[in-house]
Design a protein. Structure first.
Length: 76
């Protein structure tokens, strides 16, 4: 269950606070301390194709757009 999915049921559970608390306790996504999804692109939020060298923290698609403006050159 993704982060956005577990919040959609709140509209129905607002009338039942005890069931809502139990739902939140068991269906909330865990906080991750390591792994692929802990790092995200600063620009768009993607977690795949991340360039973290030199603390850039941009995905490859955003890096192609923003790279020349922050001082990187394309060779070839």
């Amino acid at each position: 269950m993704t982060t956005s999915d577990h919040k959609k049921a709140f509209t129905q559970l607002n009338a039942k606070p005890v069931k809502k608390a139990k739902f939140i306790k068991f269906n909330q996504p865990k906080k991750r301390s390591c792994g692929l999804t802990t790092k995200r692109c600063r620009n768009c939020g993607r977690h795949r194709g991340l360039i973290s060298k030199y603390n850039v923290m941009l995905c490859r698609q955003c890096f192609r757009e923003i790279g020349p403006s922050i001082g990187f050159k394309k060779y070839s």
